[in-house]
Design a protein around this ligand. Structure first.
Ligand SMILES: Nc1nc2c(c(=O)[nH]1)N[C@H]1C(S)=C(S)[C@@H](COP(=O)(O)O)O[C@H]1N2
Ligand SMILES: [Mo]
Length: 396
């Protein structure tokens, strides 16, 4: 890549024309009145893409990652993954029960939970199935459909640790079975590990109550762990000494290895990144200066480095990451770049604070085979043609 020491003139606009000044002086009519709850401009059309599995209630919708700025996903564009639809819950009627191997079982109303000392933190949420298609060679065309089961919000809630101390976890208790109030009463076994210190009973998202799709009025948030453990519409925490081996931790969200054994409870999501511009389905209008940008994240703390390659991984150029950075949150990386109008393949690579470096797709397949559709975090290539059109490719 050619680096530029001198500041280049960006040459971004058309030359000043006389018509522009005349337009600024035209009379304008009054705009629309005030409103109680805001709407975006009618000219902005970004939307989630929906994938239905068996019925319209059981499926997923994906965040348009290429159309969001910074690290926060607007709540209306947060990806959704429901196994049995969104229940319509009156918070005044909702209860959370905490029982099992505890000294003092407890039932709490949502109001009682909101009164407790709380924290607000920025965290990503990602489905263990996100970018699962990348294991195969039949890829989704764009970053939304291939990587959009990941979003990032500011969440507000009560530290789970505070509730566990309140009920008094008995010696020998090692797992919590979290249950939702949806039609399938989705359950996940969550191990009581030190990482659970980051967990919270979340009631807020981006400054307002959780959206119904995100678990209103209450969800378990286990930052950095796979999305399925973050049980929505949370109604029960059962403390016990062993996992329940529920559907979503055995037949789903587990990886069948080449030797026939299954990798289960792959909870912390490993360092991952994707370029969101330029990305699949987009078209660069022509040669010139652009900013390559994308997202990097890790379930194991901070992203320490994001790099880009233009030669299939032979050499890497460090991108700038927006500050401040937050542990277990999206990190936004950027690099100025000149498109010369020649075909080029680009990819990003993330490193996290444990020193872990995002692997290539080939390294992942060598270690885990091709039977899995989950936990893909391989380096992602996009091919930019001479005409500026961008397509999804597996390798450079
Ligand atoms: N009760 C309940 N919790 C749930 C689910 C569900 O279907 N029911 N889906 C899980 C899965 S698979 C994921 S990836 C995340 C998705 O959270 P989101 O819809 O807020 O993005 O929620 C998890 N929690
Ligand atoms: Mo998921």
């Amino acid at each position: 890549m050619k680096s530029t020491n001198r500041r280049e003139a960006l040459r971004i606009g058309a030359a000043l024309g006389g018509g522009l000044l005349a337009r600024a002086e035209e009379p304008r009519s009054l705009g629309t009145p005030l409103s109680g709850y805001g709407e975006r401009s009618r000219f902005v059309k970004s939307a989630r893409t929906t994938r239905v599995t068996k019925t319209p209630e059981a499926g997923s919708s994906a965040t348009p990652l290429a159309e969001t700025y910074g690290i926060i996903t607007p709540s209306s564009l947060h990806y959704e993954r429901h196994h049995a639809g969104i229940p319509d819950i009156d918070p005044a009627q909702h209860r959370l029960v905490i029982h099992g191997m505890v000294e003092r079982p407890l039932t709490l109303t949502v109001e009682e939970i909101r009164r407790l000392p709380s924290v607000s933190r920025i965290h990503f949420l990602e489905c263990g199935g996100n970018s699962g298609g990348e294991w195969q060679t039949k890829n989704q065309p764009d970053v939304q459909r291939s990587y959009g089961l990941a979003s990032c919000s500011e969440w507000t809630g009560v530290p789970l640790r505070l509730i566990l101390d309140e009920v008094g976890v008995k010696p020998g208790a090692k797992w919590i079975i979290a249950e939702g109030a949806d039609a399938c009463k989705m359950q996940r076994s969550v191990p009581i590990l030190p990482e659970l210190d980051h967990a919270m009973l979340a009631y807020g998202q981006n400054g307002e109550p959780l959206r119904p799709a995100q678990g209103f009025p209450l969800r378990l948030l286990t930052p950095g762990w796979e999305g399925n453990t973050q049980v929505k519409w949370l109604q029960r925490l059962y403390v016990t000494d062993q996992p329940h081996m529920t559907r979503d931790e055995t037949s789903k969200y587990s990886d069948l290895m080449p030797d026939g054994k299954a990798r289960i409870f792959s909870l912390p999501l490993e360092a991952k990144s994707v370029v969101t511009f330029p990305s699949g389905g987009q078209k660069l209008p022509g040669p010139g200066l652009y900013e390559i940008t994308g997202l990097a994240w890790t379930g194991k703390g901070l992203v320490t480095k994001a790099e880009l390659t233009f030669d299939g991984g032979a050499t890497w150029t460090e991108a700038r990451i927006d500050e401040p950075r937050f542990p277990r949150a999206f990190a936004r990386f950027r690099l100025p770049w000149r498109f010369e109008g020649k075909p080029v393949t680009i990819a990003s690579r993330a490193t996290d604070e444990t020193g872990y470096v995002q692997p290539t797709r080939e390294q992942l397949i060598a270690a885990r085979g091709m039977n899995s559709g989950y936990h893909f975090n391989g380096i992602k290539f996009w091919r930019i043609g001479a005409d500026g059109s961008v397509t999804n490719v597996e390798t450079a």
